[in-house]
Every structure is written in structure tokens, then in C-alpha cells.
Design a protein around this ligand. Sequence first.
Ligand SMILES: Nc1ncnc2c1ncn2[C@@H]1O[C@H](COP(=O)(O)OP(=O)(O)OP(=O)(O)O)[C@@H](O)[C@H]1O
Length: 743
Amino acid sequence: MSKLLTIQKYRNVSKETIAAGAVVCIFSAYGLRRVYKACNRRLQPEKSTKQESHVKDKGKNSANVDKKFFKQLRYLIKILIPSIWTKEFGILVLHTGTLIVRTFLSIYVATLDGRIVKTIVQRDVKKFLLQLGQWLLIAVPATFINSLIRFLESQLALVFRTKLVNHAYKKYFADQTYYKVSNLDSRLPNADQCLTEDITMFTSSLAHLYSHLTKPLLDVALMSFSLYRLASSRGASSKVPTVLATTVIFITANILRAVSPKFGKLVAEEAKLKGYLRYVHSRIITNSEEIAFYSGHKVELNHLQKSYHALVKQMEIIFSKRLWYIMLEQFLMKYVWSSSGLIMVAIPIITATGVRSDGSRVDDDPDGGVSERTRAFTTARNLLVNSADAIERMMSSYKEITELAGYTSRVSEMLEVFDDVRKGQYQRNVVIKDKPKTKKTALETITYPLEVKAEVVETEGLIDIENLPIITPNGDVIVKRLSLKLEPGMHLLITGPNGCGKSSLFRILSGLWPAYSGKLHKPPPSSMFYIPQRPYMSIGNLRDQVIYPDSIEDMQRKGFTEEDLEKILDIVNLKYIVQREGGWNVESDWKDVLSGGEKQRMGMARIFYHRPQFALLDECTSAVSIDVESKIYQTAKDHNITLLTITHRPSLWKFHNYLLQFDGEGGWRMEELDTTTRLSLNEEKQKLETQLAGLPKMQHRLKELCAVLGEDSVLLNRNESSADLETLQNELEQEMKHQQMTS
Ligand SMILES: Nc1ncnc2c1ncn2[C@@H]1O[C@H](COP(=O)(O)OP(=O)(O)OP(=O)(O)O)[C@@H](O)[C@H]1O
């Protein structure tokens, strides 16, 4: 009677049963959560407060799975998939479709497996062979789908990467961001690492997580449904297994979440250290010649080893944290789940009424229902194993999600810095308090963030500066207010002691450093051409070196021919190089192939190709002989190029008619340059320098002679020690300097 009641119950009230089961699950889950939280708080009061304060300390770069992570992820996903009519979305849909197909195939294979076992128990060879044929047939699409899933996952990662790389490159090369990021801002020390490794890791981790989460979710949903149907079809109770499964999964998830180390933060730190190691390597490659000349390999090796060991230490921390975490994960998911799984499979078999949905009884089968029970058991076990596997994958994904949080924070922080820098919002780690006043050039130090509010206007052939401060990226004010007006034909010579801000003025004129206040009216960058002391040699052929940064197409558009380029090289006495190197199309490592002087002359050749209105020349001919240098300067003037020259060579004074002189203490003077007077003063200065240089030697000799003769000297009697004489020498030098400035 009771059996019949149960059958009736299963037939008619199955929905209610499900609802009751669900309510039980929800309540037990809620209760467990409350109990767990309370226990956790009691057990770890210190840990939680510590964590909170840590998060507060770290602020922005928490790299945790929190609200900020989801916000950042949403922002990045919008970049990756801007609309549904994109290639990226297409691949995503295809990938999802394949994952769904794979889940259905898994269910089919599990059922087929059960049917095969049944034929074995029944000893029905014909049916067995038929089912086996089906098994092999299904293997073909199943294996293809498996392979397709991996293919589409890689494709998805690649298209995501391309999208993000293009987006980041666009930002990186807009408005000289690549310069500003490394020179004016200190938030992103290794942009190269972020642009390559971190983007790759982020996109592949995202694509991997997508399939790792989507497929298990589908698997769990569809397989649970199949399991439920299987149990119902045999009139078995599915309430207890459902409650058991939910409870076990819930407890496992909470334990794992509670003990999971902060993988996101650890991974972000690892990426940072990797970037630094790479940076140290690239520095060695760039400066290999200098290091070799100094035999500086020991110091460099030391730096390299230090940064490598820091990385190893970080990786060891991650590995050891993973060791215990994976152990616990495996214990819970492999062993605890397996035992619960066995209970779940056993219960429907044990509690089954043996009445099928069509009313027939399993026990009435010729073999007493054995083969049917075996089939049910095999199918249920397969489905359960698959679902457990899926849930295990979902849970182990938590670790991957935390790692994704690390990469997400690195990538979005990089894009944020690019945006800020472009807007002129810089941040630097400047130590202001207790900063030793080593540089007398810094008048004061300004704390960041500084507001960029100068009036910057593009003009046609006029440089007009008013009350413009020269402030270094560290916030040191070198010159408080600079004012000057330059028109074409006003060739300006810029002088002053080292570090007084000569090159910095060029940096502001070129737009590399911001103009914080005052007025800066200047021609567009295309009308000004800067040549540094160490000219940059690009990748490419000989032609590319002369026309840099133009391409051959630009050159043709501008109407230049190779003969023109040869004439240009002739001006700088470099014509022979075309023949020596084997023609215009020869590609070489020009940084090494050309000598220091040749590189400087190549740099100067570029101004004759670009013919700017203003040439900003920063000690760019220091390795060129004086006669060639004079020829180049004269030709530049003949080409109506206005020169702004930083130089210590008096031989170049005659090519300029204005002088901007910094005194190294924040002061400056702009005046017309009288080369003849200046040259004669300079000659006198050199003469006096030579004479005064002999004073200490003479003093020393005088002392020796007094000692040999056993006599006193009038000078020594006057107690004029060598220190006094040195003071006298310094005073004379100061006097000379003063005279020069006022003349
Ligand atoms: N990227 C930078 N970050 C921070 N400070 C900088 C940077 N570049 C230059 N400075 C500082 O700015 C000051 C002026 O430098 P600048 O290169 O203009 O000197 P200079 O007058 O051209 O000297 P020199 O004759 O030696 O080339 C120096 O004190 C230098 O330390």
C-alpha cells in the first residue's frame, strides 16, 4: 500500500517534491553560510582586521576578486567586444555553440555506456556489437568537437589579444605617451612587460576561463536534469541526493574560498618582477659597450641576480601556497565528493520502486531487473562523474579567477596610466621631506600632482615664451620664469653650467615636458627639428637613416630622389658612406656600423632633408671636426633654418646673433651676441686660468726652497698658507666670472 502511495506521489506531485527539495536546499545553505561566517569570525578575528587594513593600504592595486575587479573586467570586455557585429563576438558564439554540443554528446555517451553494459549483462552479442558500432560512430564528432573547443579557445584568446594590443598601442603612441609614461610618471615602470606579457596572459586567461566556466555550468545543469529524469523514470527518490549534493558543494566552495591565498595579488607581483628582470636585461644589451669598457660586468651581474632571485622568491611563495591549496582542493573534490557521489548513486538504486514511467515493473524483466539496474547504475555513475568533474572545474576556476584579477588589474591600470598621462595628469613617487639639497639648481620642489595650465598656442614661425617655469619631472623648479621671443633669423646660442636646464627648455618646446604655467607660443612640431648629442639610428636601410622619421613613401611624396639624399650627405661630408656600405638599400645595425662622429653627422643630415623652420641642436656636433661643423652650420643658415644651439664650443658662437645664458641658480639673461667681444673675453679668461692653475705648484715649490735654504719667506711669514692661496684663486675665478656676465 505504502509502495503504491509512493508511486502515486512520484507520478502526480513531482513538481511539489522538487519545490520542497529546493526550499530545503536554500535553507540549509543559508544556515550553513551563517554558521560558517560566525565560526570564521570567531576563529580569525585578527586575520580579518589585518586583511582589511592591508586592502586599505594598498588601495588601488588590490588585485582581488571584488567590485573593482568586476568593474575593470567590464571595461576591458567592452574594449574586446565593442558590439555584437564583431569577429570577436562571432567566435565567442561559435565557441559557446561547440561547448553546448559537447555537453549533449557527453550525456549521449553516458547513456550509450549504460546501454552497452546492459547488453553485456544480458549476454546479447548482437545488441552489444550494434551499440559498440554506435559508440565508435559517435567518437568521430565527439573528438572533432573536443579539438574544435581547444581551437576556438586559442582563436578567441588571439582575437582578444589583437584587439587589446591595438587599443593599447594606439594609446601608447598618441601624444608622445611612450615618453611621458617612462619619464614623467612613475606608476608604470615596465610598460613593455604590460604591453606584451600581461596582455597575453590576461586574454588567454580570460578565454580559458570562459570555456572552463561555461562548459561546466552547462554540464551541471543538463546532467543534473538527466540524473533527475533517470531517477524519476525508475520511481526513485531524488530529494536526498539533491540535498546531499547541494550541501557538499556548498560547504566545499566556502571552505576553498576561505582558505584560498590571494593569488591575484601574488600573480600581479610576479608579473612586476618579471618585467623588472626584463628591464635589467634590456639595459645591459643597450649599454653593452659602455659596460664592457668599464668592465662593469660584476655590478651588472649582481643586479641581474638580485632581480632574478626576487622573482624566484615570489614564484616559490606562489608554488608553496598552491601546494597546500591544491592538496585541500583535491581532498575535498576527489575524495569527499566521490563518497557523496557513491551515496547519491546508491540511493536512487536502493530506494527505487522499480516501476517505470509506463507502469511496467523492472522486477518483471526476464533477468529479474539486474541488467536494467546495472544500466541505470552505469548511466547514473557516468553522469555523476561528469557533473562532479564539471563542478570541480568550476571550483578550481576560482584560483584562475583570482589570477585573472591580477592580470586585469595590471592591464587596466596600464590603460588608466596612458589616459592620465595623455591628459597631463602625472604621478611620481617623489620623496619631498628630508631630501638632501644636492642640486643648487633646484630653487624649490613642487609636490605632485601639478596642474598644467599654461597657455600653449601653435604659431607660424614664432617662438614666444612668457613667464614659463622649467620644472623637472621630479618637481624641481630649475628656472622660475623664463621669457623670450624668437623670430626666424634670430639664431640663439644657449649656454650655462651643467644641469641648468638648457636641454629641458628644448624638452618643453618639443612638448615632451609640460608647460605648467605662463605662455608658450611655438610653431607646430613639424616646423621644429631636435637633434640630440647621441642621434638615434633606426631599424632599416641607409636611406631610412637620412629621412628618419619619414618613410620612403613620404620621401617620394615630398619629391626627394636618391641624388638629393646624396647631396645632403655631401653637406655633412658623409657621401662616401653610400659606397662604403653598399648602397641605399643596405640594412645594418647603424648604431654600431657608424662611428660616433658619423652618427652625429647623419643626425645633422636630417635637418637638410626636413628643412625645419627651427633646428634645436643639443651639443649634436661635439664629435665632429671644427671645419666640418662650421660648414654644416653655415649651410643650415643658408637654408634659412633658424638655429637654437646648446654648445660649449666657442667656434660655433659666430653662427649666432642672440645669447640665452643660464647662471645655474635659476637666473638667466637673453641679449644680442657680440661674438668678437665674447671671444676676446674668453681668450683672456683662458689665459688667466692657465696662470692661476700654476699658483698652488709655485706655493709648494716656495715651501720646498725655504726648507732647503733654511730661510723664511715674506709670503709664508704673512701666514698665507696654501689654503689661503687657494681661496685667493677661487676669489679671482669668481671675479672673472662676474666680469664676464656683466660685460
Ligand atoms: N627625466 C628626468 N627626470 C627627472 N629629472 C630630470 C630628467 N631629465 C633631466 N632632469 C633634471 O633636470 C635638470 C636639468 O637638466 P638638463 O638636461 O636640462 O640640463 P642641461 O642644462 O642640458 O645640462 P647639460 O649641459 O649637462 O646637458 C637636471 O638637474 C636633471 O637632473
